[in-house]
Design a protein around this ligand. Structure first.
Ligand code: GSH
Length: 245
């Protein structure tokens, strides 16, 4: 399988996690914005992740997980068997995909988008040398486009933070009865989706970016610490510790 990514993308991280969890071997092809746009249309898409398989190409992270589930062995399914539980997992996944992922991206970028050093580290990990070399040339325009596209402003960042806190509260409430996973008694697509899409606000030490908290701007690190202290934040830290074990 081939996984086409913008490596920092948390939607890509979600699919990477599912592949690793299922112990499926794959090649990750990393691109930095805007160079992904030279690659994704070849597969009929625009955004990343794109998963290329012998049974077809999947252009959305949840479609990738559903495909991976369909080929997973009975004991390592990503979605619960039981209809009600599966429905719950899909509902949570949709909430995280449609809201949490969009909000954490906005919040994360609002803290770093004007810092070309941090953005370069984030965008250029494992990408072809030519994309890395052209980063200084494309960064100003790409940054402006990203700010416009994701509506990154101080006000929207504050609003995003509040909405993320609300979703964290929802997740903390689900976990309040002491359960280990959001749905059912083992790791499911709902957990992977939550942890991967929440990761920009938690910066788990085991995350593939291997960022430590002192590399982030001070205010961002302070807010990450606040997110980490919530039950939902501690859940993300635990799932990352257990990842690949
Ligand atoms: N719903 C999509 C969202 C994917 C997405 O937004 N990917 C972003 C990276 S975080 C992307 O590739 N953006 C580049 C672009 O819009 O050109 C999914 O779950 O796969």
């Amino acid at each position: 399988m081939r996984l086409i990514t913008i490596p920092i993308s948390h939607y890509c991280e979600k699919v990477r996690w599912a592949l690793d969890h299922l112990k499926i071997s794959y090649i990750e092809e990393c691109h930095s914005p805007p160079f992904h746009l030279l690659v994704t249309p070849r597969f009929g898409g625009k955004t990343t992740p794109i998963l290329v398989t012998e049974n077809g190409t999947f252009l959305d992270s949840s479609d990738c997980l559903k495909y991976l589930d369909s080929i997973a062995s009975e004991d390592s399914k990503l979605y619960p068997d039981q209809v009600e539980l599966r429905q719950k997992a899909e509902e949570l996944q949709e909430l995280f995909d449609e809201q949490l992922g969009v909000l954490t991206r906005l919040w994360g970028y609002s803290h770093v988008i004007n810092n070309s050093k941090l953005v370069k580290q984030a965008w250029c990990r494992n990408v072809p040398w030519i994309e890395r070399a052209l980063f200084p040339v494309v960064f100003p325009t790409t940054r402006n486009l990203a700010c416009k596209k994701f509506n990154i402003t101080p006000e929207s960042s504050l609003e995003a933070r509040e909405k993320i806190q609300k979703i964290f509260e929802q997740v903390s409430d689900i976990l309040a009865d002491g359960r280990l996973y959001l749905v059912g008694d083992k790791l499911s697509a709902a957990d992977i989706t939550f942890a991967a899409l929440a990761a920009p606000t938690i910066a788990p030490p085991e995350h593939p970016t291997k960022r430590s908290l002192d590399e982030f701007p001070r205010i961002m690190a302070k807010e990450i610490n606040q997110f980490r202290k919530t039950p939902a934040g501690r859940f993300v830290l635990r799932l990352y510790r257990e990842r690949n074990n």
